[in-house]
Write a protein that binds this ligand. Structure first.
Ligand SMILES: CC(=O)N[C@H]1[C@@H](OP(=O)(O)OP(=O)(O)OC[C@H]2O[C@@H](n3ccc(=O)[nH]c3=O)[C@H](O)[C@@H]2O)O[C@H](CO)[C@@H](O)[C@@H]1O
Ligand SMILES: C=C(OP(=O)(O)O)C(=O)O
Length: 510
């Protein structure tokens, strides 16, 4: 190894460590070495064995420091084990990504507390860093501090990172206050079939934004001084479109009314954040939002996003499929109420503790204790509705729960073209799931025997997690390959399930 090579590896270790929010001392502890050794490594003054490089890669969960080609991450699951104990729900991917985009509304510093450390957040952070925002993990890597530059470098946007997420679309709303022309790559996200961006463009046009889509990018041009003269009526009650309209309205000089708005959890988090910025929002939690915009926002802001209902639903499903008793703490109950009512009807044995407020002081939380139950299939189909209905992202979890219930359950995902199709992957684990058409599956339960298997992760977040849950139920060793999509939305899921008694090992191709 030449000294130059050592210095380059040292730099990579430092960047990756800082990205993970670890101190040199914390990394040293994870590696079983001293802080001064880590310091020497980072300065390129320490010879590194191959074993040490591999351990650093593991400690930083980083594809940067690796042996040769660092391949995708896989999970090896030893299933058939009961889970037990308590687990706290973490903050949501969907609110965190919106709030990261919203940080561009103020010229001041944004502090977001207990941000989910997930790939989707990392992608947006890469995009924000590339355009000049300073991002720093503080408080032992729990909180995130974002400081925008005086001038954004929009031409330097990290296109590769931006393309891997759909959330980047939510930069349209804030950026239109900062630049008259800019470009955003086509949005990615879960492969769920066609997901239109038209409602976003229609809503933002009312604020003077014109977008042409060519060569893989949206080219945005803003005509200054345009404000919606009458209420914006969204053509669909989508979550991110509502957020984009809110982001545009927040710095619109005047009052904007948004009708057919989504009242869903991530939208509520964004509204609470806007209030912290001094933007008055009336109608939070309803389908009509009235926003009193501020043309300039310069204050610092400190906000705690709420807990993730979809993670709560995922953990609940984990308890059901493994016939376990689990305490799931910090469940945002308003966004689980209908799900719980349906599950109660199916025979779920659970307790719900008293309500208490989330750190944002607004979202209502409860602790749930879920016990092994004899479930029966619901008489009516399980289908999503805009909030307050069953959350679309909870539908896949009902499939795996239905596979544990007696009888036939019809799951009707009318929204996404492709998501129901991935649920048939559960048949490879022994469940009886029949595809009736691209939107409907019929689940016949209970699954007589979950079977361990090796398979690729479906390219959609929730079906991927559902597959993992099936593997937890199946006795023997299963392998789930290429789990980036799970890491997009869940923080340390394998480790956290292991803390409840699961046995999941993470490994990578070298
Ligand atoms: C970052 C984020 O917050 N992502 C969430 C957000 O994505 P997002 O807001 O991007 O959702 P989309 O715009 O893709 O909408 C989802 C699908 O629902 C359809 N649609 C939506 C609303 C409606 O009233 N009518 C209708 O038909 C859309 O055409 C699309 O096919 O909302 C989705 C639907 O809740 C969730 O799955 C995603 O997890
Ligand atoms: C569909 C989802 O995410 P995204 O909108 O990021 O693709 C999801 O969270 O299940």
């Amino acid at each position: 190894m030449t000294d130059d090579y050592l210095a380059r590896i040292g730099n990579l270790i430092r960047t990756s460590r800082q990205h993970r929010g670890l101190t040199q001392g914390q990394l040293a502890e994870a590696l079983g070495t001293s802080q001064s050794a880590v310091n020497r490594m980072e300065r390129g003054q320490q010879n590194l064995s191959l074993e040490m490089i591999a351990r650093i890669g593991e400690a930083l969960d980083s594809e940067i420091v690796s042996l040769g080609y660092a391949g995708p991450m896989h999970l090896r699951v030893e299933g058939g084990r009961r889970l037990s104990g308590s687990i706290d729900v973490r903050t949501s991917k969907n609110a965190c990504v919106a709030l990261l985009c919203a940080s561009l509304l103020t010229t001041g510093r944004t502090t977001l507390r207990r941000v989910a450390r997930i790939e989707e957040v990392y992608r947006i952070l890469e995009v924000l860093s590339s355009i000049g925002v300073k991002a720093r993990w503080t408080n032992d890597g729990r909180d995130l501090e974002l400081t925008p530059p005086a001038e954004l470098r929009l031409d330097a946007m990290d296109v590769a990172a931006a393309r891997r997420t759909r959330s980047v679309l939510m930069l349209l709303g804030p950026l239109m206050h900062r630049a008259e022309r800019f470009r955003i790559p086509y949005a990615g996200g879960c492969d769920l079939g066609t997901r239109t961006v038209l409602p976003h463009l229609t809503a933002l046009r009312r604020f003077g934004l014109e977008v042409t889509a060519t060569e893989g990018s949206y080219h945005a041009r803003v005509e200054p001084g345009i404000s919606p003269a009458r209420a914006i009526v969204l053509t669909e009650r989508g979550d991110t479109v509502t957020e984009n309209a809110l982001l545009a309205a927040a710095r619109n000089d005047g009052v904007t009314v948004i009708r057919n708005a989504s009242p869903n959890y991530m939208v509520q988090d964004l509204c609470f954040f806007l209030e912290q910025l001094g933007v008055k929002v009336e109608g939070i939690g309803t389908t009509t939002l009235t926003v009193h915009g501020l043309p300039e926002i310069t204050c610092d802001v400190d906000y705690s996003p709420a807990e993730d209902p979809v993670e709560a639903m995922s953990l609940l499903a984990a308890a059901v499929v493994t016939s376990s008793e689990l305490e799931i703490r910090r469940v945002p109950v308003e966004f689980m109420e209908i799900e719980l009512a349906v599950l109660e009807g199916m025979g779920l044995d659970y307790d719900r503790g008293p309500e208490y407020p989330a750190h944002n002081g607004r979202t209502r939380l409860v602790d749930l204790t879920v016990r092994p139950s004899k479930l029966t299939a619901p008489a009516d189909s399980i289908h999503p509705m805009p909030f307050p209905g069953i959350n679309i992202d909870h539908i896949p979890f009902f499939a795996v729960i239905a596979a544990s219930a007696h009888g036939t359950t019809l799951i009707h995902d009318w929204v996404y073209d492709n998501r129901a199709i991935y649920l048939t992957e559960l048949t490879r684990l022994g469940a009886d799931v029949k595809l009736l058409d691209p939107h409907r599956v019929l689940v016949q339960g209970p699954t007589v025997r979950w079977r361990a298997t090796e398979m690729m992760c479906p390219p959609a977040l929730r079906p991927a997690v559902v597959t993992l849950l099936g593997m937890l139920a199946a006795e023997g060793t299963s392998v789930l390959r290429n789990v980036y999509v799970i890491n997009r939305g869940y923080e340390d899921l394998a480790e956290r399930l292991n803390s409840l008694g699961a046995r999941i090992e993470t490994f990578r191709d070298i």
